[in-house]
Design a protein around this ligand. Sequence first.
Ligand code: F0G
Length: 450
Amino acid sequence: MKKPYLRAFGGKEAATYPISEVRYRSDDGRTLEVDNCLTPLAAKQASALRALFDKRLMSRKPLDKSGVWRYREFLPAFKPFDAVVTMEEGNTTIFDMPQCARFCGMTSLLAKHQGLNPTGSFKDNGMTTAVTMAKKLGATMVACASTGNTSASMAAYAARAGMMSVVFIPDGQIAYGKLSQSLDYGALTIQIEGDFDKAMEIVEDLCNRGTIYLLNSINPFRIEGQKTIMIEMLHQLGWKAPDWVIVPGGNLGNSSSFGKAFDEMLRANFIKKAPKIAVIQAQGANPLYNSFISGDRTLKPVHANTRATAIKIGNPVSFDKAWFAVESTGGIVEQVSEEEIAIAKSKVGRDGVGSEPASATTIAGCRKLVEKGIIRKSDNAVCILTGHLLKDPDYTVEFHRDELYLDAQRTTTLSGTQRISTGGNGNKPVKLPADANKIMSFIDKWNSSK
Ligand code: F0G
């Protein structure tokens, strides 16, 4: 059996490099991916592997308990598995979402909540693998640029592995829940003037000088771990592929990893059919959408602006890989407005689940694609909720108070165009006197108005 290696993504004569070589791009500037050299499985082997995954659900071994490493046959680049840094990541719930289904005009709708990970976002699926590789490569210091979740996850896993971590965040543009995490986990937290795209440029430059190991999703070992989100999803669904998987698009690492997961599982004869991938971007941060609509595959960066700060990214690193994910599965790219995101987020809350704003693009996008007749009412769709509701409490409170503005600092005009409407979905807190009778009559009135 051939051993996994790194390969430049795209291009006819793809350059290759050994796994042990620390590099983030090919000499001609392409992103890299792991070629796992997986061999096709006979039907019997595939069903034996599925049985093994089932058996591991009962195991008490750390590797089996992790929703990433449970599927390690699809992660051969990390062999031998003796340096694994795990926090039992993955294992995230798939919820039935009746309110959201009604909102989208679907018969039913599922949501896999990656916000239920140890640090509250899907980043943990890729961070366990990338920090494990950092350890194998002998790194003692790791870094990333982040809109907040990558940094939270990296800081946590680096702390577990006994490594120093340095995070670069756009000044004043990340949610407090996320900032508090990287501080608490002990990362050197550098707020830089400029946006995420600028921070990304600087951190790549610094890491290319050596000594610091880069853990953004340009790192191909992040993508490897994030693949297991889809493997776990199919496992939870009894290996029955839904018609659609709907995912938010920012730096486009997640959508890329989903495309790679399905490609590898199909090539290995492990599944017979892949879901279509729908990538949803915020209208104010939509370079993949623009490219998809125009058919022009060259990345034209945009100056990003959205209150869904997690996806406030105008120059995504994994642009080409995301194109592959969409194209190879017969999927689609859609964009949604600030108001559509905000209202969809309130619906996720009404299902008793909740998410951070970026995750709600999936519900908003699903509704739009149903309206357009691209997703059918009776289709099976799974929305990927990428981050926990408590990551960005300011957004939620501002929304329910009807005080959500596109410009979070409100340095510009407070005129109507800047306010993001609740569409009647707000749930304002009420102030009442400390008087039981008055409170009871208020509750009665509130109840009968429902
Ligand atoms: N949803 C959430 C909650 C995110 O934090 C991110 C990305 C995305 C969606 C988009 O995923 O980049 O793989 O397309 N956050 C990164 C960060 C960029 O720094 O935390 P993507």
